[in-house]
Design a protein around this ligand. Sequence first.
Ligand code: NAD
Length: 297
Amino acid sequence: MATIGFIGLGNMGGPMAANLVKAGHNVHGFDLVKENVDIFIEAGGKAAGSIAQTVQDAEVVISMLPAGRHVSTVYETANGVFESAPKGALLIDCSTIDVSTTRRLGELAAQKGFEMLDAPVSGGIMGAQEATLTFMTGATDEGFTRAKPILEQMGKNIIHAGGIGNGQAAKVCNNMLLGISMIGVCEAFNLADELGLDRQKLFDISSTASGQCWSLNTYCPVPGPVPTSPANNDYKAGFSVAMMLKDLKLSQDAAQTAGLTTPLGANATALYEAFAGEGNGAVDFSGIIKSLRKSDS
Ligand code: NAD
């Protein structure tokens, strides 16, 4: 069993760290919010008073933080992870952040004698609680081999996407596609309504024809056809508009850095930004169907 330093005990990091405790690891945790630390202690974790204390004896350091700037601070600050973790410790950032920050930190880590990998997740809070997350990892072969047994205690699909940053690349590509496909499915249902085509009929046809995709078949944005989709529960998130917008913006940052235009990705970002701006940040991302209908009428 390993000694693990876990930084960021929020909605995702809290249950992930608790699963590592349950698996028998010696887990030291740190967060700026006291309530999150208290929940971690109740789960059997050991609270640390600072980043330095969290990582000083760690064989593995895991971070689960909101955005790139938080990750940079935690790793690069004086008495942060790079300064305080034992040389040779394995550093795993599970946050969803921009590809460039991830690659820059990976290079810095290597210069300082650490193996670092990015391992953003999908599967949401329920996946974190039930240890069924998918991890998209960017790592050397050696880093991946070292990290896999630990990640398997928090998730069920552990995929090696290539070198450092490729986990984030996979996450932004996937979620850009998801945002675009959800808008496409919403537009199809709105058009069907106007043409007098029953929603269930459209679902029965398209979900088995060439229009099928996850946004339609599993997460249908109108109530009825898929009883478990948030549309049946007044669009309670699920995966919120704010989270979708964050990932779409990351996709656009990545496209810009790569010198590529993604016209549908850019449009999806603008539409989600407008929807979030109308006070819908906490709504499930499939709820955008209402605003698309509105703008057409
Ligand atoms: P969250 O806001 O609930 O948790 C983040 C935690 O980091 C907070 O508790 C915050 O206090 C802590 N933190 C911030 N700066 C810190 C610092 N300097 N030192 C210590 N702790 C610090 O967010 P979350 O929902 O747990 O998401 C974490 C990451 O996972 C994000 O990058 C998010 O995009 C990604 N993600 C979230 C979901 C989801 O469904 N919530 C799904 C997939 C990926």
